[in-house]
Design a protein around this ligand. Sequence first.
Ligand SMILES: [Zn+2]
Length: 611
Amino acid sequence: MALALVGICTGVASGRTQVTCSFPSGQQPQPTEYFVSLADNASHLAHVSIRFPQASGPITLYMPVWNALYQVRDFAANVENVHAQSSSGKAVALLQTKTSEWQIIPSDPCVVVEYDIHLNVEGPFGAQLSAEHGFFNWAMVLMYSPATRVQKMSVQFLDVPPAWSLHDVHVMGEASPGKVEQAVGIAANYDQLVDSPAEVGIFQHFVFQEDGATYHIVVHASPSDYDSAKLEDILRRITHAELDWMADRPFDTYTFLYHFPRGHGAGGMEHAYGTAIDLNAQRLNSNMMPVASVSAHEFFHLWNVKRIRPQSLEPIDYQGIMDTRALWFSEGLTSTVGDLMLVRAGLYGERQYLDRVASEISELQLRPAHRWQSVEESSLDAWFEGNAFYRTPERSISYYNKGEVVGVLLDLRIRQLTNGHKSLRDLFRWMNDNYAKKGLFFPDSDGVQQAAETITGQSFAEFFRDYVAGVRKLPYNDFFSFVGLQVAETTVRYPTPGFTTSTNLGGQPEVATVETNREAERNGIAVGDRILQLNGKPASQNMDYEMSRMREGATVKFRVAGRSGERNVKLKLVAREEQAFVLQDMPAISPEQRAHRDAWIRGDDENGGVQ
Ligand SMILES: [Zn+2]
């Protein structure tokens, strides 16, 4: 039934549906129509058909080279067998003109372009089709034409396994088993389509209402791996805290799309009307804080970066890297606010929050590159993060990490200058009112500085020169004294296997550094080796932390993939001493400092809650 409705014939030979140029009566064709056949899901191959019903001349098609991560990943490498046909079924001339560009000269007004694409990158930054499910970040799947990119377009699945359901973030909505092929998603343009990833498969789906909005929780996981009631409670608290803090709700419906794989997997990707989050299932069994923390961060992105958006990221150039100095704000301050909102939501206490901030300070101070790479430069160099050498502490700092610390200091400076009457909350509301709600993009760091200066009436020139554009030593105590705290240095001793790891896409840990004259080095552990398992379980991006919580002298088993193949390695954890920073009370705290602190960690202003 659904097939006949869209002008499609079932291809007998291939067992999959063929898209043709015949149109159903009464249906308005869109300038670009995408059809994605899942017939070969088990071999990770999606068949894409793009129908241009009213082509008026040559068509150029592009495959994005990047999306979701600020890394060039050349999705065209997964594309094969590109061809096109006209309404009479005749082949149409088609030429690949660049690595990610094709030219088509249609012979009549309707043309259908077809290709196959191999999709097997799991997680929120990938696209995957398998016998288990499909997860589609559309920029990794669908080519676009510059001429029609800004126009309405439709997307529809074909040949969907009968037991599968559909839920996407915004464009396609939801469909139950047997109905997925009837769900035609209409997007206002390509940018909106690719901001709306879709999940098809067998998943759990919960709905809750809060603050007048409808929230969908879609979980692809084993139901025994997480507590759905606890998850809903956490999300109710977080969403309420953030809507209240921003005094805004720019959506009616929002979707939290989770994958909790048994294998490695960690990360979240923000979208305007939802988020896709992957977390290792074993981590959830004992502790829901990791999912709360990622969810609070991703949810705040619905403002910061999706709507409060830097000019340097617009218009989106899918064909090349986009130089931006703004990620310290778009990512780092999203973390600053995310953590504050965990306190506001009642999920963190004061001590936990202060320990979080102190651990961010420690991480920054322990990366030698903080002496010469500014947080704006770290933002520009985001595109290098796929490179393991770039991720070493000597080579780079993280704009997430220093951005979060700078966000804390910016909040404290605003409070200091206004005696607690203004805060980061006012800065975000001001930027929301003056950019997001007016459909304007902010001029990167200058826009943030202007917002801080407008709400306080005072200069932030030195702050931005020294700590955002510059690498001046951060005078922590000048900021923290306002809330009765000081940063103290201490030495921590913890167990380590004699190497450290870092992770890229998908959360697979890779060896980043190997200490000399340790057992790890003697056992041939080398920079770039991938750690597959830790004590028989999939290694996660938190493996260094997990080992630091074990006992000295414990024997740890690794499954390692190196140059000469996979092998098992057993190592004894040895002690390592490292400098660390803690946030502690000043010797004497005044009632004013106490009041400032209480307001600060809840994200409140102190003037009786001026809205
Ligand atoms: Zn983020």
